[in-house]
Design a protein around this ligand. Structure first.
Ligand SMILES: [Zn+2]
Length: 114
């Protein structure tokens, strides 16, 4: 099962480019809801959160096309907030290794802050 971390570091499950966040645990399994508030789509997974049991409802919005970029953005944002001693140049170097596109975006946001 594909998972990613949200900007706040919460686990999200990704199914066909749609993101789901944990809603509640029951005896039957764990329910995840679409991260879009107005969307009623949900999934249920088993207790280990490794097996997809059921997909419920339809999404009322398009899926995320740039999911990989978003994943990296979240990862970099977390690095910045978690480790303030990390020098920007070091973070930028990590960005180059990971994805040049993200680096550009990140670089712009760094400039804005200073
Ligand atoms: Zn949805």
């Amino acid at each position: 099962m594909e998972t990613m971390l949200s900007e706040r570091g919460k686990k999200l499950i990704v199914i066909q480019k749609y993101k789901f966040r944990k809603h509640r645990e029951t005896a039957l399994g764990v329910f995840y809801r679409c991260t879009v508030r107005t969307c009623s789509a949900s999934i249920s997974v088993d207790k280990t959160e490794e097996v997809l049991l059921q997909v419920n409802g339809q999404h009322n919005h398009p899926s995320i096309e740039n999911l990989q970029v978003k994943k990296l953005q979240n990862a970099i944002k977390r690095k910045v907030t978690e480790d303030i001693s990390l020098r920007p140049s070091k973070i930028i170097n990590m960005g180059i290794n990971e994805a040049p596109n993200v680096l550009n975006m990140f670089h712009i946001s760094l400039k804005r802050k200073t």
